[in-house]
Design a protein around this ligand. Structure first.
Ligand code: 5GP
Ligand code: ZN
Length: 112
């Protein structure tokens, strides 16, 4: 399948992996928007948050769990933001479900 993040999870495109389980992979974003910026993705191809169903929704919890584990591992004691862009208006550019995890700077709210 011609999917960038499937290629990254398969190791066909290199990435800097910070955390991995059987179901999810977290790797550094190529264009970081904060001093700490990783992308957390399911290994299973799901196109976007809008494609979460009763059958595959367990992966969303696994991604949020991964973020909590990464925060401990990376000592992000000041907190972090996890955000999933969905579709055109949401600013999604890669068609494989992913949560951004940003930290190590004061993030504004609401987002632009
Ligand atoms: P989106 O814009 O869909 O919410 O997020 C896609 C993210 O993937 C962007 O932050 C972008 O910088 C990142 N990205 C795009 N291509 C690559 C790549 O080849 N490697 C890595 N590590 N990140 C990428
Ligand atoms: Zn994919």
């Amino acid at each position: 399948m011609d999917c960038l993040f499937c290629k990254i999870t398969a190791g066909e495109i290199p990435s800097t992996v910070v955390y991995e389980t059987e179901d999810v992979l977290a790797f550094k974003d190529i264009a970081p928007q904060a001093p700490f910026h990783v992308v957390i993705v399911p290994k299973q191809h799901i196109p976007s948050p809008a494609h979460i169903t009763a059958e595959n929704s367990d992966v969303a919890g696994k991604i949020i769990l991964a973020a909590a584990e990464i925060a401990k591992q990376e000592k992000l004691e000041n907190g972090y933001r996890i955000v999933a862009n969905c579709g055109e208006d949401g600013g999604q550019t890669v068609g494989h479900l992913h949560f951004h995890m940003l930290a190590q700077r004061n993030l504004s709210w609401p987002p632009g």
